[in-house]
Write a protein that binds this ligand. Structure first.
Ligand code: ZN
Length: 268
């Protein structure tokens, strides 16, 4: 009997978070034979709705963005993409117990070894991202407790959990290169923490797969405005084509030592 493949799961907020934020990491692991599953807690129905000349009607945007994620997932080699339908932009107001319960059911079905979610500052302070990290971490914990809601599936022990963060220098570049986005960030309640290299738990070099990440990003056609902005940032901001950065939630929170493999210590 062949051993089952290693599994990686992402629990993020919007249908483009995994592609834009950590698409290079996902491509590297799917290339290596890791089975990857992506969960977005919303369908992103409050986001950009495409080309201003031919906007996607708002009532169809959620379904359209879920379909874009499915296509991006195919381009990245992801085994499954799932979008829950919690309200985009108002995730923090959704009943937490319901969200956690739905995530537990999903985790117990997908049975990942390693989970990635948003960091405590939600990457750049987006309120849905900020809300997602704690909901995901709670679900990861309870999914592993056998007596907790056995009706949701057989309990599963996630072995490692990482949180997506952006290093301080990325925001310095962003402020220079995309003042419009910096101005938007300034309106958000939570400000991104200035993560130093010493505080990071893992850095994944994505330079070898950057073109494929970009190809997957282009599947998110409704987000053309973001794609145009990121196109201008190519070469200046690490996550676009150089590296994707994480802190480690467990085991051994934070760093050092700095890892270059999210499955360090998990591989058999
Ligand atoms: Zn997002």
């Amino acid at each position: 009997m062949p051993e089952r493949p290693l599994r990686l799961a992402t629990i993020l907020s919007h249908p483009d978070d995994e592609t834009f934020g950590i698409g290079g990491t996902l491509i590297k692991y799917t290339d290596a034979g890791v089975e990857c599953h992506s969960l977005s807690l919303t369908q992103g129905e409050a986001g950009n709705n495409g080309d201003p000349a031919h906007p996607i009607p708002r009532e169809r945007l959620g379904a359209a963005r879920a379909a874009e994620l499915a296509e991006a997932g195919r381009r990245m080699g992801i085994a499954s993409t799932t979008c829950f339908t919690y309200p985009d932009g108002k995730l923090a107001a959704a009943p937490a117990a319901d969200v956690v319960r739905d995530i537990i059911r999903w985790l117990r079905a997908k049975r990942p070894d390693v989970v990635i979610t948003w960091g405590p500052d939600g990457g750049y302070g987006h309120p849905d991202h900020v809300a997602t990290g704690p909901l995901a971490m709670r679900a990861v914990e309870l999914a592993g407790v056998a007596r907790h809601e056995p009706d949701l599936g057989e309990h599963v022990h996630v072995r490692r959990c990482y949180q997506v963060v952006a290093p301080a220098e990325a925001f310095d570049r962003l402020r220079e290169q995309a003042p419009d986005f910096a101005a938007y960030m300034d309106t958000l309640e939570v400000k991104p923490r200035r993560w130093t290299r010493e505080e990071l738990g893992a850095v994944i070099d994505i330079s070898a797969v950057a073109d494929r990440k970009w190809n997957a990003m282009k599947a998110h056609r409704s987000q053309q405005q973001d794609l145009d902005r990121l196109e201008r940032l190519r070469g200046t901001i690490g996550f676009v084509e150089r590296e994707e950065t994480f802190i480690r939630a467990f085991p051994d929170p934070g760093g050092p030592p700095l890892e270059t493999d999210l499955f360090a210590g998990v591989k058999r």
